[in-house]
Design a protein around this ligand. Structure first.
Ligand SMILES: [Zn+2]
Length: 326
């Protein structure tokens, strides 16, 4: 790429993304906070003219849980680990579902708000927050899930072109099939050994510690990349996760932000893509501090835009940009 590009992708999932390892009660406040955070994020993206990809779980496109229940796909993933199965969870719920409870599982209003904001791309985070690294009896269930995500969005007037795999569990076997479904880009993982496999179910404590240190000190590098097609679909490797403000290590926040800025600058100078990601619910605690960190990064992007011509592009726009250049 001639000019550096800056991509933000957000994994928008509400309870579906944390359900397998957290109790709703303990995480509810952060999920409720998403309803105030997303409008604030959108306002910042507008203020600095930032193009963002919102990888959204398919269940969120509905108005309420009743609608999810009335539209369950015919073929479901048959996970050996029942704890990760969202359909077993849905089965365990019993009506009536309060409006507040539905809002932790569906978000059609937020989706319309995002899609009506300029330069925001709605993308998919699979229909059911699909875990591709989990052992399954029916391997084709993944593609069935993606088809459903596309259909549910299409019925509501949205065309999805980009995919972010839940837990960054990239399913290489299915990439060639994504192309046939109209998906043109996906978020891959950095090539570095500490990140290349995404989040495996068996992530070791040592790997967690390594990643924590790496958040503050540059151990693993900048992870900027040149997007390339893989089996017909553009792979945009992620660079870094914007980790939430962490009270216990708050004295290191400056290091964290500077580490990201240096990587952004490297991408701007070298004409590569810097791809930052996180989940909106990560900002649910310490909202103001997290939004302040975000704004500082967006202001810095503006500097890089003026100085080096760096562009802010959604995942799908990066795909177009790379294709036009080639
Ligand atoms: Zn997720």
């Amino acid at each position: 790429m001639d000019r550096g590009t800056f991509t933000i992708s957000l994994d928008f999932e509400l309870f579906w993304g944390v359900r397998a390892n957290r109790e709703l009660e303990s995480y509810q406040d952060r999920l409720v906070a998403v309803y105030t955070i997303i409008p604030k994020m959108l306002a910042l993206f507008q203020k600095y003219n930032i193009h963002v990809t919102w990888a959204t779980v398919g269940f969120l496109f509905y108005d309420n849980i009743e609608e999810i229940m009335s539209d369950i796909p015919d073929r479901l993933p048959n996970y050996l680990n029942r704890d990760v199965d969202p359909y077993i969870y849905l089965d365990s719920l019993s009506p009536p579902y309060s409006k507040e409870f539905s809002k932790l599982h569906t978000a059609s209003n937020l989706i319309s708000l995002i899609s009506s904001t300029p330069n925001q791309e709605l993308a998919t985070h699979t229909y059911s927050h699909f875990f591709t690294y989990e052992p399954l009896e029916n391997r084709d269930a993944f593609i069935v899930d993606i088809e459903k995500a596309i259909e549910v969005a299409k019925n509501r007037g949205y065309r999805l072109k980009s995919l972010v795999f839940p837990r960054n569990q990239v399913n290489l076997d299915s990439i060639s099939k994504l192309d046939l479904l109209g998906l043109e880009s996906y978020r891959g993982n950095p090539t570095h050994w500490a990140y290349c496999d995404g989040d495996k179910p068996s992530k070791s404590i040592l790997l967690r510690i390594y990643r924590l240190f790496d958040t503050y000190i540059n151990i693993s590098g900048y992870h900027s990349s040149e997007p390339k097609p893989t089996k017909g679909v553009m792979e945009l490797k992620s660079s870094m996760m914007l980790r939430p403000y962490f009270n216990k290590l708050s004295f290191l926040e400056r290091l964290k932000i500077n580490r990201i800025k240096k990587a952004m600058r490297y991408s701007a100078i070298n004409g590569e893509n810097f791809h930052l990601w996180w989940h909106p619910h990560n900002f649910g605690k310490n909202q103001e501090k997290n939004l302040k960190n975000l704004e500082e990064l967006l202001i810095y992007f503006k500097e890089l835009n003026i100085k080096y011509g760096m562009l802010s592009l959604t995942m799908n726009e990066v795909k177009d940009y790379v294709n036009k250049r080639d």
